[in-house]
Design a protein around this ligand. Sequence first.
Ligand code: MN
Length: 740
Amino acid sequence: MSQETKVSDKKVSPKLETIEELLELMSKYYTKESCEKIFEVYKFSESAHEGQIRRSGEPYISHPIGVASILAKLNLDYSTVATGLLHDTVEDTGVTLEELVTRFGKTIAELVDGVTKINQIKFRNTHEKQGENIRKMIVAMGQDVRVVLVKLADRLHNMRTLNHMPYEKQVIKARETLDIYAPLAGRLGMMSMKVELEDLSFRYSMPDQYYSLVQKINKKKKEREKYIEDVIEALTNEVKKRVKFKFKVYGRSKHLYSVYKKMTHRNVDYDQLYDLLAFRVVVNTIPECYEILGIVHSVFKPIPGRFKDFIAMAKANNYQSLHTTVVGLSGERIEIQIRTKDMHDIAERGIAAHWQYKEGASVKNVSQQAIDKFNWLRDLVSMHQQTHDSDEFLENIKKDLYDEEIYVFTPNGDVKAFPDGSTPIDFAFSIHTDVGSKIVAARINGKLVPLKHELQNGDTVEIITSKNQKPSKDWLNYCVTTKARSKIRAYVKIEQRKRAMELGREILEKAFRKEGRSPQKYYEGIVFEKYLKDNGANSLEDLFMVVGYGKLAPRNVLEALVPDHSEVKEQAEESFLQKAMKSALSKKKSSDTLVIVDGMDDVLVRFAKCCNPIPGDAIVGFIALGRGITIHKADCEKTFEIDAARKVDVAWTRGKSPTASRMVRMRVISHDIPGLLKQMTEVMSASGTNIHNAQIRTTRDKKAICIFDISVRDTEQLEIVMLNLNKLKGVLGVSRITHS
Ligand code: MN
């Protein structure tokens, strides 16, 4: 098995590959003629690199041969293997691209050019450079994925021969590989490439941890090998009893880096890790896979929840297999994978399997087919075209490159794959940008959940939208996919600018009005134009934006545009009560207590006890998991404690049921005067409210505190009652109590 862990670590370079070995490899799947052409390419490359020596002291050509051999082992086509041999010629020797075109044709020259371009981006250990590099790699992939295959082979060979490099360089290269190349190989489905890159990087970037793990593993090596043999034998015997078809059972230790990740992730030591071994049964057909699964589960006890059917639902990188975890011979957990030979080939070689030479199939067709299968590549390429900020780009794609997948269902039963940690927001944006932008909530397996809710394997997800909804910046905290994040960011940016502009317009308008001037007069003419220019603004809108963002004070604008501007004239403000009275009298709308929840019908609505909102109050709704929507006053302190992701837009319905009312509590403090209570109750009933409960107590300083529970239609009615109570002689204060 190519994934077999080499637990006995050897600190020597691998044996040098020779051109003879490369030709031998190629002759297994290529015509004699192509092999001869490869030999021509080799001779050209060798003379170009003549005199160049690697750090190890070997002639430079050993590196291109090594790279080409890795590509040939992946059974890649002639052009790719040839590119492996030529990949450093343009960069490191006097060979020109034109020369390559003349000698070997346009395809190979373009591939070499692609690899050279990737190499020219020098890595510095900053985020920005990494982002830039991945971006270029992705552009290269979009045109011809083979460029990246050559680059990966180049990196793998360099990692294999890294021990000749100085320590600092080893660490840098190893980290880079772990950060970018290994995940990329994984996403391209090239598992054996990924595993080898990871273990080599692990060794050079964290040598202490690496060698201590190797020691621990070696200690129990014999025990483990015996155990593997026992399981293989037991499994083989049981299957043989029951089926006639051919199959083979393999067993191995998981590779070092994955063991290390498990140890750190679960914070356990090596001895405490159970699932360090993996077994694999390889068969010929899909029905045989399921038949083997049945046998495995009847022989070993399966662990619930650990069975995964990646045959029915292939991973985004096209990986297919059945996975199950069972209780092994001595009570340990063992993981068993069941797959066909073809699936195994795809699992090991991934996208490379689609470029292998096929008699009669043109490479171009094969590559288009592969691109179609690797849909996420297209997303990345279009992402690249939309984002010009490398940092943002890297941040965006990281999730796509690294994370495990979960599988969820649409209401129609279609399956969609998402990175772990995805939410309904990710799901909604994956359907369509319009759906994502308008999402207000989701039903998962029939239950209402907030936007923040993390999707789980097997969930059925139904998105609830509202035409009034808009994406919000908060959402960025609750989504992980590239698509959702970049769309929300783009929207938020535009919105922010709009808001800043409106705010700036308003601030300036007020500043002008305060001095009794109309701003319109000053928004034109030479002085104005010059002022715009001086402040780096191209238009009036730009100026508003500058003011809105707070970069320019309105006073400065006024001073500049109004040469003779005078002192601010004080304006008598209407008292709050006057205003309240006015609004109470001006509005004559009826309302009822029903609440419309944005985009949803028939939702259970409850009013929060903490603030007891009544119609007319500004309100917000929050999704209470499994318990519908809770309505709070918009200014309720409790709302600050509630996760913003649960927020939904709600509104009072108007004019449906004028008889509906809500209970509200009021406190009236007054002098303890006989007859005053009677006047209070008269005021209340005159305003059409009902008193449900009253508590009265007096204080030592001859004051009366009355608590009334009354039912009101809305805030308008309440305001009128409160105003009239306030007018009574002897009343000191009237307030609405929202906290009992
Ligand atoms: Mn190279």
